[in-house]
Design a protein around this ligand. Structure first.
Ligand code: ADP
Length: 797
């Protein structure tokens, strides 16, 4: 066996010889080293073999620690083989204590050996051991050459090393970094170590603390108080207690300080005390205790049954405030599974909910019935929440009573509803009876679907049988053509509520029946979005009233006509009377003149006088007519503020029956918000009636569809209120021009020719103008008689 595997670190005989002398100095137990050196010097196999198998670990290294030889025990100590160790740096095996080894090497080189040290080493298998190294420097010719060393595992030998390396390490690394105060006390109760936190807490220096007696530090009273603890810890029983700790300078300290005293029974005998601030911990513990108590109280207050159930159906815990709800005793339940206790279909409800809750992490709810001994069929509401990975909590509430109450309440409600429905039906019945008696027809039309529902009476009004399907269009078809337009335009578009209520009067012709008059009132109802929803209305047969009115109207017209004739008669009588004189005078003068002219001697002067008389008399007649016209003028002096639209509607009301009798349709287009005009209301109405009467006379001979008179009002850009009466008659022949407005001009056989002339006077007396124009230049397209009046100062109201 060759020791030197590294040729650079060859140990020659001279070296060995020199060292052998030094070997004598080595202690007896350093046998291995001696043998190593011996074998090196002699090179005998026996020694080498012996060395290799020697149970004492030993090796030879360079002065810097490179392994040149290691025996089996040494390699084994470091968890490796001699071959692997060869050429390795010993430092590689040292844990943190390199300084110790380096110091040792330096000392050996300067002071020589032998020397020893203890250090922590890491074996090849990463195990930490504590090594004691004894070394000797092998010198050759005064030259440093190599180191012989013997190793010992002293890991099990606590104490000495603790005080040196580990003790130091503990003090430096652990004690100084512990979040608390640390102090060592020896068995004489003197302090041998205090960490910096301890020192700063009590405001002391290490020197002040070193060796101080506990009695002196604590004071006699406190020391005596603690003597029991101290004795206990010195007998080997660890002490742990809590109390407040105030800083030495009186500042507030730890509310809760935990004291731990632990005996150290090693090279140093004594104990150490560790004081840590456990205030937060204490508070947290207290809070935990409080909240646990609160939770327990809460749970106690919950009337529900609470089970903790494992995914596999085992009952893990039970909270049962009402034992009557339990199917088995608590103990039995805790030893059984859900499926053992509940009927299969209910158990599967539970198991499904648990599975779902654990999978989704969400609350699951369901209800079930269950017959419970002594309590009959009970109803439960179950909520399942996940608790941990494999457990869920099922909260089971008895809802038997609440369900019973709810059902009773529902029953009550439906009974009440039934009563209401009966009431409503009774009211409906009375309404139907009332409407039957009063001949009122009712209808409702759904504006979204167009569906029309109508009462029997309504069907009777329009001539529909009881089961006939209805529609608005069908009903309109039965309305008199002349009245249809007003109904069609009113029912056309309800998008904006034009009026809260609509009303109309019209004729209907039910098939095979006589024409009848209906009055109708209806309203539109809107939904929340203000969209028209339905129309609801009533119809009343007003034929009888209408007939009476028509008859009355006819009578009135006859009277009016008579009055007009009488007035005209009176007027013409007065005219004849007034004109009689001048005309008689003119006649006799003219006859006298004739006679004069027939005589052979014409007295020219006389003739001249006669002719002068004739001229004078003619002037007088002219004057009479002018006076008559002034008479009309005088009548127009009662000026009022007049709402033209209102006046038009009133005039139409007077004329309406007459127009209906003649089959004439009156249409209006009245402009809103017109200013008032200043005029004599009665006279202005007369003007309008006159114009409409004239128009009615010209359209009377036309086809029914052409018998239309339109009356419209508007405000002109010159701020005048204009009224026009349009017809579809032949119009006014162009060559006549304004002649129609002259007094006594008429084209009618029995016309007076005064109407338009009087109208013109009335309009002009109020500061207005009356004129006529044909719709078109060619005849037959109708005439338009118009007048306008200046707007009065005050605005329309
Ligand atoms: P009367 O009606 O007695 O004839 P008016 O003064 O009211 O007297 O009418 C004078 C004339 O004006 C009528 O005879 C007629 O020739 C003509 N006239 C009046 N209104 C119209 C009309 N709407 N269309 C055509 N001509 C008309």
């Amino acid at each position: 066996m060759q020791i030197n595997t590294n040729p650079d670190s060859h140990v020659d005989d001279a070296v060995v010889q020199d060292l052998l002398a030094r070997l004598e100095q080595l202690e007896q137990e350093n046998l291995a080293l001696k043998l190593a050196l011996q074998s090196q010097s002699t090179g005998q196999d026996l020694y080498q073999h012996f060395l290799l198998h020697l149970p004492t670990p030993c090796m030879i290294t360079s002065v810097y620690g490179m392994v040149m030889y290691a025996n089996l025990a040494a390699a084994d100590l470091l968890g490796t083989t001699p071959e692997d160790l060869n050429g390795m740096q010993l430092q590689k095996f040292v844990f943190e204590d390199h300084a110790i080894l380096d110091t040792q090497f330096a000392e050996l080189q300067t002071l020589g050996g032998p020397s020893a040290c203890e250090l922590r080493a890491i074996r090849a298998d990463r195990k930490l051991i504590i090594l004691r190294l004894e070394m000797v420097l092998l010198q050759v010719n005064g030259q440093q050459s190599c180191l012989g060393m013997q190793m010992k595992d002293i890991t099990g030998r606590q104490g000495q090393l603790m005080t040196q390396a580990e003790g130091q390490y503990f003090a430096n690394v652990v004690a100084e970094n512990v979040p608390g105060l640390v102090a060592y006390w020896n068995s004489d109760l003197r302090c041998t170590y205090a960490n910096h936190q301890y020192l700063s807490w009590f405001g002391r220096t290490p020197e002040q603390m070193q060796g101080i007696r506990m009695q002196d530090l604590l004071g006699e009273e406190l020391f005596l108080k603690n003597i029991a603890y101290i004795k206990a810890v010195l007998t080997g029983v660890d002490q742990q207690f809590e109390r407040t700790l105030i800083k030495a300078n009186g500042e507030s300290g730890y509310t809760w300080a935990q004291y731990i005293a632990h005996k150290v029974d090693d090279v140093v005998k004594g104990f150490f005390v560790l004081v840590t601030d456990v205030t937060l911990l204490k508070r947290a513990q207290q809070a935990l205790v409080d909240s646990e108590a609160k939770n327990r109280a809460l749970v106690r207050a919950i009337p529900d049954l609470i089970f903790t159930i494992h995914r596999d159906g085992r009952h893990l815990d039970v909270h049962a405030p009402d034992p009557g709800m339990m199917l088995q005793s608590r103990e039995q339940l805790l030893q059984s599974k859900v499926a053992d206790v509940l009927p299969a279909h209910v158990a599967s409800q539970y198991m499904n909910a648990i599975e779902q809750a654990l999978e989704s992490g969400k609350l699951q709810e369901f209800r079930h019935h269950l017959p419970v001994a002594g309590r009959g069929e009970m109803q439960f509401e179950v909520r399942v929440v996940p608790c941990s990975q494999d457990t869920a909590i099922a909260i089971i509430r008895d809802i038997t009573e609440t369900e019973r109450q709810r059902r009773a309440h529902e029953l009550q409600l439906s009974e009440r509803l039934q009563v209401r429905e009966n009431d409503v039906r009774a009211i409906q019945l009375s309404l139907t009876m009332a409407s039957d008696i009063s001949n009122i027809g009712t209808w409702i039309r759904d504006l979204r679907t167009g569906e029309l529902w109508a009462s029997l009476e309504w069907r009777r009004h329009f001539g529909f049988s009881q089961d006939e399907p209805l529609s608005l269009e069908m009903a309109i078809q039965r309305i008199h053509p002349a009245d249809r337009r007003q109904i069609e335009s009113a029912t056309g578009d309800y998008r904006e509520a034009q009026a809260p209520r609509y009303q109309a009067e019209f004729r209907v012709t039910p098939p095979g029946e006589a024409e009848r008059w209906l009055a109708v009132v209806w309203q539109v109802e809107f939904d929340e979005q203000q969209k028209p929803l339905l129309t609801r209305g009533v119809t009343v047969d007003i034929s009888a009233r209408r007939e009476a009115e028509l008859e009355l109207g006819q009578k009135r017209m006859e009277v009016m006509h008579l009055a007009r004739v009488a007035t005209m008669g009176e007027l013409s009588g007065a005219l004849a009377h007034e004109l009689n004189q001048p005309l008689t005078a003119i006649l006799s003068n003219a006859q006298a003149a004739q006679r004069f002219l027939a005589s052979p001697n014409v007295d020219m002067q006389e003739l001249g006088e006669i002719l002068q008389d004739i001229v004078d008399e003619d002037k007088r007649a002219g004057e009479i007519i002018r006076r008559l016209r002034r008479l009309f003028d005088k009548r127009s002096h009662e000026q009022h503020s007049v709402d033209i639209n209102k006046l038009v509607l009133e005039a139409l009301h007077i004329l309406r029956n007459d127009m209906i009798n003649q089959g004439i349709t009156l249409l209006t287009e009245l402009h809103d918000n017109l200013p008032h005009v200043s005029a004599d209301t009665v006279q202005l109405q007369q003007v309008l009636i006159n114009l409409v009467m004239n128009a009615s006379e010209v359209v009377a001979d036309l086809d029914a569809s052409q018998r239309i008179i339109e009356i419209s009002t508007r405000l002109t850009p010159e701020n005048r209120v204009e009224v026009s009466v349009n017809d579809h008659g032949p119009g006014v022949p162009e060559h006549l021009g304004n002649k129609v407005f002259e007094a006594f001009y008429t084209t009618k056989a029995n016309g007076m020719g005064l109407g338009l002339s009087i109208c013109k006077n009335i309009v002009e007396a109020s500061g207005g103008q009356l004129w006529c124009e044909n719709h078109d230049s060619h005849a037959g397209s109708g005439a338009s008689f118009r007048f306008h009046l200046p707007a009065a100062q005050e605005a329309a109201t």
